[in-house]
Write a protein that binds this ligand. Structure first.
Ligand code: PLP
Length: 391
């Protein structure tokens, strides 16, 4: 393989926009640029395409189109859901979440606790060494004061999948609203919201081969909703702001493709991920997987290489045009080990040297061969420089 070619194994950070998605988007920049809210036919036709995209998103989730609200990103969907629940139940002041949430929920919960004069109390559920949540502990922390539970469907760093179906049923039995950040799960895990007790579900286009800057929030029909962005009457009055039409059209197409590719994610992509993981663990001493072996997304592996810094590993990988992450994209750049690995009790010597490899259907066996050939040398070179590594 040419050393110029980029081997992209950072699909939990963002994905390539699928060529089919680009194709359906292009006419909405140049030919069909009307405002979907306009009275004229030129705009009205665009609205029909927005509604078709809504049906495509709903179909992937087993939801009704009226239950889908377009947003600008996963972060907006997360904030909209949690703040909506809190405004809908003003008498309740307790929020339950987990210690491994993405900053979109973690920082929101911390801000709600700290910057509202402690109006809200947050319980962040601990996780075990594999990163899993204890359901008995979850039931114990729920109280009559709990307004909302927000627990992710799948973790962006380890790929761990959480039992949100069960957790939502437990919340419902207690009269508590349930939100899940499914930004990493949608398209990789089969979801049928019609059969579940989930009230709100967040997703984001750029994690499933749609562009950056478009997301969606599912709000169950019977669930209370208070808009986050007040403004015009767009999205049935639930989110003000002229729609990001071309991206919404692309997002709809990406959801259709994600449904069609789900089996491939769980067979071909998973097999490549497993070959990568097994190859790295076998060829590099003092390396370990972080997270559950079975209970996780098919595309993700998080591996710690002890006694080396994740940032240094990424810089060396970059020299070979191999893209991956240490921690989530939002936290890389900081030398703090990831809050997810710390919550799992990963020793510091290993947490510092963690790398997340996340694949997509666009990866090939050749990509995996290339990474398996380069990684042992990269880690060895760095270890020879480490004062802590016994040579
Ligand atoms: N939630 C999870 C689990 C994520 O992985 C991400 C992005 O990495 C987000 C939320 C935020 O999504 P967005 O980048 O669309 O705001």
């Amino acid at each position: 393989m040419s050393e110029k070619r980029v081997v992209y194994l950072d699909n939990n950070a963002t994905t390539m926009v699928a060529p089919e998605v680009v194709d359906v988007m292009l006419p909405f920049f140049t030919e069909k640029y009307g405002n979907p809210s306009s009275m004229h036919t030129f705009g009205g036709e665009v609205d029909e395409h927005v509604e078709a995209a809504r049906r495509q998103v709903a179909a992937l989730l087993g939801a009704s189109p009226e239950e889908i609200l377009f947003t600008s990103c996963g972060t907006e969907s997360d904030s909209t859901a949690v703040l909506s629940a809190l405004r809908a139940c003003p008498e309740k002041r307790h929020i339950v979440t987990s210690k491994v949430e993405h900053p979109a929920i973690k920082s929101l919960a911390e801000n709600l606790e700290m910057f509202t004069g402690r109006r809200y109390r947050v319980t962040a559920l601990p996780v075990d060494r594999d990163g899993m949540i204890d359901l008995a502990e979850y039931e114990r922390v729920l109280t009559d004061d709990t307004a909302i539970v927000s627990v992710m469907w799948a973790n962006n760093e380890t790929g761990n999948i959480y039992p949100v179906e069960k957790m939502a049923a437990i919340a419902k039995a207690r009269g508590i609203l349930f939100h899940t950040d499914a930004v990493q799960a949608v398209g990789k895990v089969a979801i049928n919201l019609a059969e579940l007790d989930i009230d709100y579900l967040s997703m984001s286009g750029h994690k499933l081969h749609a562009p950056k800057g478009v997301g969606a929030l599912y709000v169950r029909k019977s669930t209370p909703f208070v808009p986050f962005m007040a403004g015009g009457h767009q999205e049935g009055g639930r989110r003000g702001g002229t729609e990001n039409v071309a991206s919404i059209i692309g997002f709809g197409k990406a959801c259709e493709l994600a449904g069609a590719h789900m089996a491939e994610e769980n067979t071909r992509v998973k097999a490549m991920r497993d070959r990568l993981e097994e190859g790295l663990l076998a060829s590099i001493p003092r390396s370990m997987r972080n997270g559950s072996k079975e209970n996780r997304l098919p595309n993700t592996t998080n591996i710690s290489f002890e006694y080396v810094e994740g940032e240094a590993i990424l810089l060396h990988m970059n020299l070979y045009n191999i893209c991956a992450s240490s921690g989530s994209a939002c936290t890389s750049g900081s030398l703090e080990p990831s809050h997810v690995l710390r919550a799992m009790g990963v020793p510091l010597t290993a947490a510092h040297g963690s790398v997340r490899f996340s694949l997509s259907i666009y990866n090939t066996e050749e990509d995996i061969d290339y990474v398996l050939a380069k990684m042992p040398g990269i880690i060895d070179t760095l270890r020879q420089l480490s004062p802590f590594w016994e040579k």
